[in-house]
Unconditional design. Structure first.
Length: 271
């Protein structure tokens, strides 16, 4: 049974979050705004997707959730705490966009090392390693050096590392990039199972069919939320038949000079 870690049923809460990078001096502010007034919540036990093109702010939001950076304005709350998450951190599983694996040891040794870091040992660690190597389709390559793995194999091992300690919250940055459709389907079926058991999953993607499997989508463009809601809600609000068309319609509405914004765009943002 997963512990209750956040008030009001939300695992993640962004409140008025702004983020900027660059230099600020007494004479000039040369920072570039990359997130502008972000408000959203991730309900416990749901799969929530950050959807948008490269450079829209998805990874910056992930960095804030993990505590790699702090916002210049607003607040980020994860499992009831703000960074540096003294108690919540051990309840979070994180898969970065770039693999954080040790290439000079085997997959088995990577899992054993990361398992020890989150307090797993003995039979429990061995059992989880076996389960996840089977899930990642790496059982026959468990003793192979990670440096000899393909990109797809490394992605699957990275996901196994994030899932190893059965975290309350999974934060996954582009987890299926480079994977074939069969592997993607297996992974998303597992996400559905985990969410049904109470795990909260935040995933970033630009793949529309993956977004359609989420309980809730947060669409981003140029550091702003242009819509959020269930896939069905967003399609209904935009009067479109697929998420790609919905995103394009909302993107046009969000452009400067496009008027005060349509009801669909406003409702999606307020959803």
């Amino acid at each position: 049974m997963l512990e209750t870690g956040c008030h009001d049923g939300s695992a993640i809460v962004f409140a008025g979050v702004c983020q900027a990078f660059g230099r600020k001096t007494p004479f000039a502010d040369m920072r570039k705004t990359v997130l502008d007034g972000i408000d959203f919540e991730v309900p416990r036990g749901q799969i929530v997707c950050l959807l948008g093109p490269s450079g829209c702010g998805k990874t910056t939001m992930v960095d804030l959730i993990i505590g790699n950076t702090i916002p210049v304005a607003g607040s980020v709350t994860v499992l009831g705490e703000q960074a540096p998450y003294p108690h919540a951190r051990k309840k979070v599983g994180y898969m970065p966009q770039d693999e954080a694996l040790y290439d000079d040891i085997t997959a088995e040794e990577n899992l054993r090392f990361f398992g020890a870091m989150v307090g797993l040992s003995g039979a429990r660690l061995s059992d989880r390693m076996t389960e996840l190597l089977q899930f990642a389709k790496l059982e026959d390559d468990r003793k192979k050096l990670v440096s000899h793995y393909s990109g797809g194999m490394k992605r699957r091992l990275s996901l196994a590392v994030a899932m190893l300690h059965e975290p309350e919250l999974l934060v996954l940055d582009e987890p299926t990039v480079g994977l074939d459709p069969a592997h993607r389907r297996v992974i998303w079926d597992e996400f559905d199972r985990l969410a049904a058991e109470g795990t909260t999953i935040l995933v970033t993607t630009h793949i529309m069919d993956e977004a359609a499997r989420c309980h809730r989508i947060v669409m981003l463009q140029n550091g702003r939320i242009i819509a959020q809601g269930s896939p069905a809600d967003i399609l209904a609000q935009t009067g479109t038949s697929d998420l790609e068309s919905a995103f394009l319609a909302l993107d046009v509405e969000s452009e400067p000079g496009a008027g005060e914004g349509s009801d669909a765009g406003k409702e999606a943002t307020d959803a």
